[in-house]
Design a protein around this ligand. Structure first.
Ligand code: S3P
Length: 162
């Protein structure tokens, strides 16, 4: 049986990718990697700083480079992507080539409640509910390429992990 080397979590902001990756890592004994954390360490700037100083396009370029680096590494890993990592078709193809892709979903209301207090997401500044609604509409089909999807709206992290 061929061993799949990467388990890749995709999904809109607030669907639980980072927490589920950490939980899966503990349950399976496989290291987990967080794309946003890798971007911050490679740029030496926080995500809001990258957006403010260099703009979203520069962030997307770094994001693709980090994705390539993580996916091409030979070891097994669970990878939590950023919510916008699916915006480039190239990134989606890379994910499908290098791993098993799981899309985490959640309802608009649940996402709004999860991200409401968060100030670290540049795309959700201002009227958070309005920003979430607009972005979710824009990205309605963006996560559909996954091998498997799971709605986390009514689930705890351990339930999603199991
Ligand atoms: C983004 C999602 C964020 C982060 C950046 C942009 C997006 O990651 O990469 O703020 O475009 O959806 P999370 O999905 O982990 O919040």
């Amino acid at each position: 049986m061929e061993i799949c080397k990467k388990l890749i979590l995709i999904g809109f902001m607030g669907t639980g990718k980072s927490s589920v990756a950490a939980g899966l890592s503990e349950a399976l004994g496989i290291p987990h990697l967080d794309m946003d954390a890798e971007i911050v360490s490679s740029a030496g700037l926080s995500i809001p700083e990258i957006f403010a100083q260099q703009g979203e396009q520069a962030f997307r370029t770094i994001e693709t480079k980090v994705l390539e680096k993580l996916l091409l590494a030979p070891d097994q890993a669970i990878i939590a992507t950023g919510g916008g990592a699916v915006l480039k078709p190239y990134n989606c193809e890379l994910m499908l080539q290098h791993g098993f892709v799981v899309a985490l979903q959640a309802s608009e209301q649940v996402i709004i409640s999860r991200v409401q207090q968060d100030t670290g997401r540049p795309l959700l500044q201002g009227d958070v509910a309005e920003r979430v609604r607009t972005l979710m509409q824009t990205r309605a089909k963006a996560y559909d390429f996954a091998h498997m999807s799971l709605d986390t709206s009514a689930l705890s992290i351990p339930q999603v992990v199991s």
